[in-house]
Design a protein around this ligand. Structure first.
Ligand code: SF4
Length: 214
C-alpha cells in the first residue's frame, strides 16, 4: 500500500511533464507538435553555418521568429531539461496524454549527445501510436547508436541531412534528406509552405526527401 501510494504521488501530470521537458513547440508548417532546441547549440550545424554553400549557411532557425526572446528562452529551457532525470518519462507521458499521430524532433537544433539520442529512441519505443521524424546532421551519434543498439524502432525515421546544397545524401544511412536549388520532392513551397496531407518525412518507405533551398 505504501509503495502504491508513493507511486501515485510520483506519477506525472500532463502539466508537470510539460514543465519538465520545457514544453513542446507547434511550428505552423507542421501537422504535428515538435521540440525546438537552440540552433546555436547544434554541434555540427554551428560549424557549417559559416560555410558558404552548406545546407546550414543562412539557417532558417537563426532568423525570423526564432530570434524572439521568448522563443530563445523556451529553446534554452528545453536544452537544460535534456539532462533532467525524468525527461524521458515526461516525454513519453506527453506522447500519450496528447492526441497526436506525428511528432517532429527538432524544428530547430539537433541531437546533443549519445544519451539524448538514446532517450529519443526510448520515447519512440514506448509510444508506438506516434510516428516520429528526426532530421539530423549528427552522423557520429547516429552511427555509433546503430552500431551499439541496432536499427531504430519502426516508428522513428532518422534522416541524415546532406552537408552541401545540391550535394549528395550521406552514404550508408536508410533515410536521408538533401537541399536542392531545383527539382525538390518536398511540396511545401507549392502549398503555402505547409505539409498539408504530405507525410513523406515520416514515411520509412521514402529513402530521401529533397527540400528546395530557401
Ligand atoms: S516532404 Fe512533406 S512532410 Fe516533409 S516537410 Fe515537405 S511537405 Fe512536410
Amino acid at each position: 500500500m505504501i509503495v502504491a501510494a508513493r507511486a501515485a504521488d510520483e506519477a506525472l501530470s500532463r502539466a508537470s511533464a510539460w514543465e519538465i521537458v520545457g514544453g513542446l513547440s507547434e511550428p505552423s508548417k507542421m501537422p504535428a507538435y515538435s521540440y525546438g532546441l537552440p540552433a546555436k547549440e547544434c554541434r555540427v550545424g554551428s560549424k557549417l553555418v559559416g560555410v558558404p554553400g552548406s545546407v546550414c549557411h543562412g539557417c532558417y532557425a537563426l532568423k525570423g521568429n526564432y530570434r524572439f526572446n521568448n522563443v530563445q528562452r523556451a529553446q534554452y529551457r528545453r536544452l537544460e531539461s535534456l539532462t533532467h532525470p525524468r525527461w524521458t518519462e515526461a516525454m513519453i507521458h506527453l506522447m500519450h496524454a496528447i492526441d497526436m499521430r506525428h511528432f517532429r524532433w527538432h524544428d530547430s537544433g539537433d541531437i546533443q549527445s549519445p544519451t539524448h539520442l538514446a532517450n529519443i529512441v526510448a520515447v519512440a519505443q514506448a509510444s508506438p501510436q506516434v510516428r516520429f521524424w528526426l532530421p539530423t546532421r549528427e552522423k557520429v551519434f547516429v552511427s555509433s547508436h546503430l552500431k551499439r543498439h541496432g536499427a531504430f524502432p519502426e516508428n522513428l525515421v532518422v534522416r541524415l541531412s546532406a552537408t552541401m546544397v545540391d550535394g549528395p545524401p550521406p552514404a550508408g544511412f536508410a533515410h536521408t534528406s538533401t537541399v536542392v536549388t531545383s527539382g525538390a520532392s518536398c511540396p511545401a513551397p507549392l502549398q503555402n509552405n505547409a505539409c498539408g496531407t504530405c507525410r513523406a518525412c515520416w514515411d520509412p518507405e521514402v529513402q530521401n526527401v529533397s527540400y528546395k533551398k530557401h
